[in-house]
Ligand binder design. Structure first.
Ligand SMILES: [Mg+2]
Length: 388
C-alpha cells in the first residue's frame, strides 16, 4: 500500500450552544482523505479522518507541514514488515520527524486526523471494521459486542431553560440511553443545582447523571461547588478546574469522594503521564477522557494505554472525549470503559452510523469496513468529495 495523495479541508461544526468554557458558533474541524494505490471492489481504497469537536481545525499545520512531510517520505519506510500494508507506527515516525518533544499545542490534532485516515485505509484494505483489527492486535481479550454509551448534552442553549433541558434529556432516554451528562459551571451555583435536579428527575438516580464543569472552578470556588454536588452521588464530576492545574485537581480528589473525570484537554502521552503522576486521580473510580483524535491518534493512544497499565489503571477507566466514531471502535476493540455520544443524529459529529440504535444504554460496534464514515450520511456527504 502506497499513499498517492492526501487532501484536507475544514468543516464547520457551528452551533449556538455553549459550555462553561466556550460557545460553539465558530467551531470547525479538519478532515483529510488519504488516497492509496490499493484497489478493492474496483475502486481505490481511500482512508478518511475527521477531527474531534472542541479545538478547531488545523488546516494550516496540515497544508504547510504534515501532509507535505508524509508525501515526501520514502514509501518503503512507511510499509509494515510484511511489505504490504501501511504501518501506522512508521507513518507516525515520519509525521513526527523534525518535531521537538513537549509544547504539543495544535499539532496533535493535525497528526491525529492523518493517523485516523491511515487506520481507516488499512482496515478497509482488510475488509474489516477497525475495532476488529484493534482487538486482534492490541487487546488480549475479545472485542466487546456491546459498548456502554452515555448521552452527552445538556449545554446552555439561548432561550432554552429548565423545560428545554428536561425535554432534551427525555429524548435521550427515548433513544435508549440510560446515563447522560450535562454542562454546568456557567450559571450561578443555585441555578446549576436546579438544572442538576431537573436532570435527576429525568434519569432517576445520580449514577445515571454526570456533570461537566469544563474547567470553570477555581481554588476559591471549587470546595463550595463540590460540597454542594456531593449529596447527589453523581456518576462523575468532569474537569472541575483548569485541566493543567494538577495540584488543585489533586487537592479536590482528596476532598471529594465520588468519581471525577479529566483528560480531554491533554493531548499527548507525556501530558497524560503527568496527570496520572500529579493529578491525584484514583484508579478504582475516576474516568480518563483522553481524546484519541486530538492526541496524535491511535498510535499515541496505544502508548497511553500501556503507560496507564504500568501505573495500575485498567482500560475500563477510559472513556474518550466527544463521541467520535473512531472512539467507538477503540472502545469496542481495545476494551475501554464506554463511549460518549452526542445523541442528535442530525449533528455531523453526533450519533452513530445511520440506523444504529442504543438499547438499554449500550450500542453495538459498527460493521462497515474501516471506521465507517460512509455509513453516516450527513458526514459522508461532506467527506466523499475529498476522496474523489
Ligand atoms: Mg468535557
Amino acid at each position: 500500500m502506497k499513499i498517492l495523495d492526501i487532501r484536507e479541508k475544514t468543516i464547520s461544526l457551528a452551533d449556538p450552544m455553549r459550555s462553561a468554557a466556550i460557545g460553539f458558533d465558530q467551531m470547525t474541524v479538519s478532515a483529510v482523505a488519504v488516497v492509496t494505490d490499493v484497489a478493492r471492489d474496483g475502486q481505490k481504497v481511500v482512508g478518511y479522518g475527521v477531527g474531534s469537536i472542541g479545538r478547531y481545525g488545523q488546516g494550516g499545520l496540515l497544508r504547510e507541514r504534515f501532509i507535505p512531510r508524509l508525501l515526501a517520505a520514502d514509501p518503503e519506510t512507511l510499509i509494515d514488515a510484511a511489505g504490504e500494508s501501511l504501518d501506522p507506527f512508521r507513518v507516525f515516525e515520519a509525521l513526527m520527524g523534525n518535531e521537538k518533544s513537549g509544547g504539543h499545542g495544535e499539532r496533535p490534532g493535525a497528526v491525529g486526523v492523518i493517523d485516523m485516515a491511515i487506520w481507516d485505509a488499512i482496515a478497509k484494505a482488510e475488509d474489516a471494521p477497525l475495532w476488529n483489527l484493534l482487538a486482534e492486535y492490541f487487546n488480549p481479550e475479545p472485542a466487546d459486542p456491546r459498548v456502554p454509551v452515555y448521552g452527552s448534552g445538556g449545554h446552555y442553549h439561548p432561550g432554552n431553560g429548565i423545560d428545554g433541558l428536561i425535554d432534551e434529556l427525555t429524548s435521550y432516554l427515548d433513544l435508549g440511553y440510560r446515563r447522560v451528562k450535562i454542562k454546568i459551571g456557567a450559571a450561578p451555583l443555585a441555578e446549576d443545582l436546579a438544572r442538576v435536579e431537573a436532570a435527576l428527575s429525568v434519569v432517576g438516580s445520580g449514577d445515571n447523571l454526570a456533570v461537566d464543569l469544563n474547567g470553570s472552578l477555581t481554588a476559591e470556588t471549587a470546595d463550595e461547588w463540590l460540597d454542594a454536588l456531593a449529596p447527589y452521588g453523581l456518576a462523575w464530576i468532569e474537569e472541575p478546574v483548569d485541566p493543567l492545574d494538577f495540584t488543585l485537581q489533586s487537592s479536590l480528589a482528596a476532598r471529594y469522594q465520588g468519581p471525577m473525570a479529566s483528560g480531554e484537554n491533554l493531548f499527548s502521552l507525556a501530558d497524560a503521564r503527568n496527570l496520572i503522576r500529579h493529578g491525584g486521580l484514583r484508579p478504582d473510580r475516576d474516568i480518563l477522557q483522553f481524546d484519541i483524535a486530538l492526541s496524535y491518534g491511535l498510535v499515541e493512544y496505544l502508548r497511553i494505554l500501556d503507560m496507564l497499565s504500568g501505573q495500575g489503571w485498567s482500560r475500563r477507566q477510559c472513556i474518550p472525549h466527544a463521541g467520535h466514531l473512531l472512539a467507538l471502535h477503540a472502545a469496542a476493540g481495545l476494551g475501554l470503559g464506554g463511549h460518549e455520544a452526542a445523541p442528535d443524529s442530525a449533528l455531523i459529529y453526533g450519533g452513530f452510523p445511520d440506523g444504529a440504535a442504543v438499547e438499554g444504554g449500550f450500542v453495538a460496534p459498527p460493521q462497515a469496513p474501516g471506521i465507517g464514515f460512509e455509513t453516516k450520511s450527513n458526514l459522508w456527504s461532506i467527506l466523499e468529495p475529498l476522496g474523489k
